[in-house]
Design a protein around this ligand. Structure first.
Ligand SMILES: Cc1cc2nc3c(=O)[nH]c(=O)nc-3n(C[C@H](O)[C@H](O)[C@H](O)COP(=O)(O)OP(=O)(O)OC[C@H]3O[C@@H](n4cnc5c(N)ncnc54)[C@H](O)[C@@H]3O)c2cc1C
Length: 568
């Protein structure tokens, strides 16, 4: 017998309430207040996701001595020329206007200099200090003010509700909405929409140490892949160099922001050496994240790590007062797990932070699937092989705004399509199956195994044999995950939610390992010990994954080529 579900009909369904989801809602509504807009979030609307966790800040070329061209050059160089240059250009050229809108329309206050201009700080990989911030807790300010704005508008906000699958139209020509599961009650809703935006914020939680918020397990990538979307650059996984090492605490892996290194903090190995001297003597700790993370990893692997298997970040020479005043959030976070950031070194480890890969989109956030838009970390191509610090929240706000504008424009042109009812039933049956098994595999044990194998064999430095081993293990875990069981109780059933998470975690881990095995070179955040050099002759291509196929498409250099820091 097929279980029941409610139905909800809207013009614009937004899945995810981070920077991308909230900006999309605001922009769509303000262009067309008659639109029926629904925002659903797996966590609490306005309190979930990673935009809220943004510490360091938002990159935008505001200073007359800076320019969007310089920001673009930094972004594409940082991305090792793998970026979709049209998307990167959209990012840098919209960012200044979005900062102004956030201040004047949304009510965000960024830090200012004594002369009244917006303060901008240094972040790694930048040729100009262009990171706009609110202390070291910028994301809370942005998301809270956006949330306030949505309250003032007629927009439906639905908390603690996860999208399970995108639902195709009956004629298979596009996406007609999504099947939702309300985690508090265990009830299902079929949300039908003219346009659906996927903005679940990616989330590389398939690694032993990772920084994203707890509910983000790559649901968006997995749903999009199952629906037949094209995913690009999935091998490009960014590790942040300074995740706190705090034993079994949930804070292990949480990031200490890049502004610390920008302000002059040192990275030290267990012998007290500033080890970046060995790897990037010119930029030292201000080298890009990929370089710093890999350097720390090598130090640890070569036996110069701390007893707990990390390195140290030391800001004590900057002066306790300066550190306490400039980084109050980081000081508090360290104190919670027993460290004094103002006076002593703190033990840190590289931590999985951001997935550069994602769903292929155009510069209006459209996918090849009619009815489906994607924005924020769920999309791929903006950052190429490595994201610059400060470009992440810029991406979610810029492309969230663009998605909102696109939705407002196309919603009136699109019909409400009939849904493929068999797809709804398949998704429902798959979701409910674990509750019908009296016993079976433990989803938490499978999750731990996925995280261990990804850390060991598909992590900061990978090789062909390691990746083949990772893929074989993931295949085996995928089979086991089909037999997971959870207690037969729908309300707030964490084991059941974990089964649903683990399925997506394995899908995303497998896509990552497959693309990483395919790319036989080292570029940006993708380091192969068996192919240690960047190879522009062979690998200036994006790797795409779609419907079980893997294929390459040459990078389109619409503005800049690697051999010339001048327009192409
Ligand atoms: C600790 C940390 C610090 C960071 N600091 C910076 C920084 O200083 N500067 C910078 O530029 N970038 C930073 N980033 C990166 C930045 O946070 C992200 O690039 C960006 O915020 C992603 O925004 P988003 O809107 O795509 O997703 P998010 O803000 O992560 O929002 C995702 C939303 O989707 C919801 N969701 C997830 N799955 C589902 C589902 N199945 N169904 C329904 N809803 C779902 C979540 O609950 C959440 O509401 C940081 C990231 C982390 C983890």
């Amino acid at each position: 017998m097929s279980p029941g579900y409610d139905e909800l009909t809207c013009d614009f369904l937004i899945i995810g309430s981070g920077g991308a989801g909230l900006m999309a809602a605001l922009h769509a509504y303000d262009l067309n207040p008659r639109l029926n807009i629904v925002v659903v979030a797996k966590g609490l609307v306005g309190k979930s996701g990673c935009t809220r966790l943004v510490q360091g800040g938002f990159n935008a070329a505001l200073d007359p001595k800076d320019s969007v061209e310089k920001h673009f050059l930094d972004t594409v160089k940082g991305g090792a020329f793998l970026n979709n240059q049209d998307l990167a250009w959209a990012l840098v050229s919209d960012a200044p206007e979005i900062i102004r809108k956030l201040e004047t329309k949304v009510g965000v206050f960024f830090d200012r200099r004594p002369d009244g201009t917006i303060h901008q700080k240094a972040f790694a990989g930048q040729s100009f200090d262009r990171t706009v911030h609110r202390g070291d807790l910028t994301g809370i300010e942005i998301v809270s003010r956006l949330h306030d704005q949505l309250f003032a508008r007629k927009i439906t906000l639905i908390d603690e509700t996860r999208a399970l699958d995108l639902i195709p139209t009956k004629d298979g020509s596009g996406i007609a909405g999504a099947l939702l599961l309300h985690q508090r009650t265990g009830a299902f809703t079929l949300a039908r929409a003219r346009t659906t935006l996927l903005a679940t914020g990616g989330g590389p939680r398939m690694y032993k140490f990772s920084a994203p918020s707890i509910e983000k397990v790559g649901d968006g990538y997995a749903m999009a892949y199952r629906a037949g979307c094209d995913l690009v650059d999935m091998e490009m996984m960014q590790f942040h160099p300074t995740g706190i090492l705090a034993g079994a605490s949930r804070l292990s892996g949480m990031v200490l922001e890049e502004g610390l290194r920008g302000a002059g903090a040192y990275l030290l190995n267990a012998h007290g050496e500033r080890f970046m001297q060995r790897y990037d003597p010119e930029r030292m700790e201000r080298a890009t994240r990929d370089v710093v993370s890999r350097s720390a990893y090598i130090e640890i692997m070569e036996g110069r790590g701390t007893p707990a298997g990390g390195v140290y970040i030391d800001a004590s020479h900057l002066g306790a007062d300066f550190v306490a005043k400039t980084f109050p959030g980081m000081v508090r976070r360290c104190a919670e797990v027993g460290y004094d950031l103002t006076r002593r070194p703190v033990e840190v480890t590289p931590t999985a932070h951001f997935h550069m890969g994602g769903v292929a989109i155009d510069d209006r956030c459209r996918t090849a699937m009619p009815g489906l838009l994607v924005a924020g970390e769920d999309s791929g191509g903006v950052h190429g092989a490595n994201r610059l610090g400060g470009n992440g929240v810029a991406e979610s706000c810029v492309f969230g705004a663009r998605a909102g504008v696109t939705a407002a424009q196309i919603c009136s042109e699109l019909d409400m399509h009939a849904v493929d009812a068999s797809a709804v039933n398949t998704a429902l049956d798959a979701a409910l199956a674990p509750l019908t098994r009296p016993e079976g595999e433990n989803p938490f044990a499978i999750r731990d195994r996925v995280q261990a194998v990804m850390w060991e064999d598909a992590g900061l430095v990978r090789s062909g044999p390691q990746l083949a081993r990772a893929r074989a293990t993931l295949d085996e875990l995928s089979d086991r995950a089909l037999h997971c069981a959870a207690p037969n109780e729908r309300r707030w059933n964490l084991a059941w939610q974990q089964v649903l998470d683990v399925r997506n975690l394995i899908t995303v881990a497998s896509l990552t390992a497959r693309a990483a095995e395919h790319r036989t070179e080292t570029r940006g955040s993708h380091a192969r010990s068996d192919f240690a050099k960047r190879d522009d002759g062979r690998w200036l291509v994006n790797i795409h994954l779609q419907n079980d196929r893997i294929f390459e498409v040459p990078v389109v250099m619409t503005r800049l080529k690697p051999d010339a820091a001048v327009p192409a």
